[in-house]
Design a protein around this ligand. Structure first.
Ligand code: DC
Length: 239
């Protein structure tokens, strides 16, 4: 697909929403379809949770984790950001992509993400992913805080039961043994924390397009969103 855009900055499409709405799959498919870069901001929060955990810092030590992050982030390598591979991430030369996907990192990430000093420590890093020809971002506050001028903002929702089931299927497929009822409770607790926090809470931007993915398969969600993108003239795409 060709782009005929004249603006200085690379265009951005933000995809926000709670876990289990299909953001990850959608974003990596969109970045491949557009040939754009991909920012998985949740992975950044998960990495900082892992860094803190390995340094023996409790999730309440926001200042300690933020300092550690500033020192260690240059060593974090992202590969496969948008081309043919899903995002993979390595720390100290070791692939930690699967490790950071486990629920303990997700929960620690959510707890740390409530602290302003932690969010500030990765703001510039997140924005540095905005490079030509464009960027697709996956997160909670991409459209509200990190890329408020994004050309297109999408907010995915789905009912809580379905989100828990999707997450359960993802983990089971990776051979991770989880209990559906417990997982639903953990997800609900994480949503409560992400939605109620004072700083950058999980919420749609005022100008976001809401896409409810309940009852829709991955292909259908992809088709609906690519339709929205194709109809969006601000992106200056030649589709
Ligand atoms: O999308 P995820 O499950 O990988 O994100 C893990 C946690 O990181 C999530 O519960 C809250 C936090 N997070 C955030 O606060 N802001 C983002 N843009 C992305 C993730």
């Amino acid at each position: 697909m060709g782009s005929v855009r004249m603006k200085d900055n690379a265009p951005v499409i933000t995809i926000d929403g709670p876990s289990g709405t299909g953001k990850g799959t959608l974003c990596s498919r969109l970045s491949r379809w557009l040939g754009w870069n991909l920012l998985d901001s949740g992975a950044l929060y998960r990495i900082l949770a892992l860094l803190g955990q390995r340094a023996g810092l409790p999730v309440t030590d926001a200042d300690g984790v933020a300092a550690l992050v500033r020192e260690r982030f240059p060593e974090v390598q992202f590969t496969g950001t948008g081309a043919d591979d899903p995002v993979s991430v390595s720390l100290d030369g070791v692939d930690v992509g699967a490790r950071i996907r486990l629920e303990d990192c997700g929960n620690a990430a959510s707890a740390l993400a409530a602290h302003g000093v932690v969010r500030a420590s990765i703001l510039a890093w997140q924005r540095s992913f905005q490079r030509p020809p464009g960027l697709v971002t996956d997160g909670r506050d991409m459209g509200t805080v990190v890329f408020p001028d994004a050309e297109l903002k999408i907010f995915l929702t789905a009912n809580p039961r379905e989100r828990a089931k999707r997450r359960y299927n993802q983990l089971s497929a990776k051979g991770i043994d989880v209990n559906l009822a417990e997982l639903a409770e953990v997800i609900a607790e994480r949503d409560r924390r992400d939605t109620r926090r004072r700083l950058s809470p999980l919420k749609p931007a005022a100008d976001a397009v809401i896409v409810d993915t309940s009852g829709s398969g991955k292909d259908e969600v992809f088709a609906r969103v690519t339709q929205i993108i194709s109809n969006h003239s601000d992106l200056g795409l030649n589709i």
